[in-house]
Ligand binder design. Sequence first.
Ligand code: GLA
Length: 391
Amino acid sequence: MTLHELGQHTAEQFVRVCGRQPLWIAAAPGRVNVIGEHTDYNDGFVLPMAIDRYTVIAAAPAADGDGWIQLHSTAGNGAVSLDLSGPVTPGSKGAWSNYPVGVIAGFLGRGARPGGFDAVVHSNVPLGGGLSSSAALEVATATLLEAITGQKLDPVDKALLCQKAEHDYAGMPCGIMDQFISVMGKQDHLLLVDCRSRRPELVPMSDPAMALLVVNTNVKHELTGGEYAKRRAQCEQAAKALGVASLRDADAEMLERARGRMEEVDYRRARHVIGEIERTLHAAEGVRASNWPTVGQLMYASHTSLRDDYEVSCPELDAVVGIALDIGPKGGVAGCRMTGGGFGGCAVALVRTDAVAEVSERLASEYERRTGIEPALFVSRPAAGATVLKG
Ligand code: GLA
């Protein structure tokens, strides 16, 4: 479904639920991270791209009175009402509405006055698949509020406001990657983000010979659980042991020298982060030069490090990468790795465009044979970031 069709479909859902036409429609994409995993909260580099899967929100001014916001979702998760005359607080833990509510609170905190409105959310970003469905929902909400209030935020500010919503309202201490790419993605480009300076740099990826194939293991990933926060804490401990502000300031030599006075697990976490920052910079060079064998090898190395040193993979993700390796460059696969926070969700493979159909078929059947789970696969070109479709 194109974004235009998805927008139309969401408008129809709005008419069905609210009985009138929407005045505003905003959309924001999910993402796949090509490389640079668990580096964003270590002031490192990430290299994600937006995918052509979007969360769309259609809205119109409240029909009865100005003081309420009503949020509906087509995912059947129940509607939420917000009373604008009081403080906007998070709902129960795990509620889908905490993401948009956190963003609304962020706008209100900056003095924005959207007034009451009714909104319907519809998404084709797989939920809990490690493709940043939550960032897409936050950024779509922020984009909708920009349209409603007529006040556009600076893109970096907008991404940070959404990240804060996720921290404070959903209890997930995420980095900045997902919100940055959902706001700033550009068609046919990856986004190299320096998470220390917060400077984004577009890296063209328009070579028609290669495609990125997303393989959803259909094992749900759950990041609001403690493992993500634990990794962050271990990185902070490692940085402290190394005497640096963040692992961005460390290198492999420093780490080896400090090994004896570090917890073994912190040492391995730091080894992943330090190596991954380097790999990400090399991969960005590789993409610029269309050097696909190098990019592919870096992706495999990233996976190994995430599996062994960072311990955020799972047997199903390892199965996908193992199958990709078996297919190999002759079969059309240059590289493959888990993508996103880990513990399930998706892998991403760099595949020769002319081999996509055959590779997809082999990956899917072999994955199902090994795990008993049916995967979901799709190809996406680097897509555009958040946009206003109407209003
Ligand atoms: C999640 C977080 C991101 C990032 C990745 C791991 O997607 O939201 O900020 O830390 O995990 O790279």
